[in-house]
Design a protein around this ligand. Structure first.
Ligand code: ADP
Length: 297
């Protein structure tokens, strides 16, 4: 087991930020820690990495008990904190060398990591000259320097534009091939794009822990469709396999079918046969989204 969290409770004064949280993560898993702002994600990550203490409970990382082997535990973790603090006046390479010196890491290795996270073209610049996306890469490189088995990434994609998002997500996937990764996010699509498994946290409690495969294999199909005209709900009931129809906005509908078969062609044909145009037609994996919405409502 890479990470084991047992009955963790954290109080900030009177406030219970975590309430009896338990989960374990196997070696090699990429797990999304999903929850709305204030759910307790950062608090949990700070406890796992030993930056703050829990009020109650136990944490083991790579079999090191945090209460007795904190230093060894920290050495086996790469941590990218939220709002990753960087020395903005330092050059990228200089900053990474500075970090590497703490762990006595050879220069070659630093260059390997710079290349791995795609920083080579920016490595000669000052950190304050970098975009948010590249700054996060510097943080990620720093977290990877000592070749930790476990990576803890706290909201690594906050504030990125769509291109940067796609890049950093695929980078996380790439480095996750030979590491255990726990990363937090409040964005559902991120979990779907990157993870094997999702742990959903809300109000300091774990409310779901699921394999993404399990969720996607659910025999339901949800389609969002936009027609060019407003229509009545009854009208839609002629589409085969339709379980429910939900009017999202004006001419936009969310249709749920009791089959996993792709029903987009059927919806398209239905519209065409009835003199409607489909302006937009998207198949959505609504299972996780539904769960997220229901559980955090
Ligand atoms: P998330 O990372 O999911 O946004 P946090 O772990 O940051 O959530 O916060 C969980 C709850 O604990 C929030 O209500 C937050 O206001 C509170 N909290 C976090 N840090 C502190 C602190 N240092 N002192 C008091 N309350 C805190």
């Amino acid at each position: 087991m890479s990470i084991e969290v047992k009955n963790i409770t954290k109080l900030y004064g009177e406030q219970k930020a975590l309430n009896n949280v338990s989960f374990s993560i196997e070696k090699g898993e990429i797990v999304g820690f999903l929850g709305p702002n204030g759910a307790g994600k950062s608090t949990m990550m700070k406890i796992i990495t030993g930056y703050i203490n829990a009020s109650e409970g136990e944490v083991f990382v790579n079999n090191f008990d945090i209460s007795t082997h904190k230093l060894e535990l920290q050495k086996s973790i790469g941590y990218l904190p939220e709002n990753n603090p960087l020395y903005l006046e330092m050059y990228v390479r200089e900053y990474l060398r500075f970090n590497a010196s703490v762990h006595k890491i050879p220069k070659d290795e630093i260059e390997n990591i710079i290349a791995k996270v795609g920083l080579t073209p920016e490595a000669h610049k000052k950190i304050n000259q970098l975009s948010k996306g590249y700054r996060q890469r510097v943080g990620l490189a720093a977290a990877l320097l000592h070749n930790p088995e476990v990576l803890i990434l706290d909201e690594p994609t906050t504030g990125m534009d769509p291109n940067q998002l796609a890049e950093i997500r695929s980078l996380i996937k790439e480095v996750g091939k030979d590491k255990t990764v726990l990363f937090s996010t409040h964005i559902l699509q991120e979990v779907e794009a990157v993870c094997d498994r999702v742990i959903l946290i809300h109000n300091g409690q774990i409310i779901a822990d699921k394999n993404l495969k399990e969720l996607t294999e659910n025999k339901e199909q949800v389609i969002e469709v936009e027609f060019d005209f407003k229509i009545e709900k009854q009208f839609l009931e002629n589409i085969p396999h339709l379980k429910s129809a939900h009017n999202l906005h004006d001419t936009i509908w969310e249709l749920t079918f009791d089959t996993s078969k792709d029903m987009r062609p059927a919806v398209f044909d239905f519209a065409h046969d009835n003199g409607l145009k489909t302006l937009n037609l998207t198949a959505k994996n609504k299972n996780l989204e539904k769960l997220f919405r229901e559980l955090t409502a």
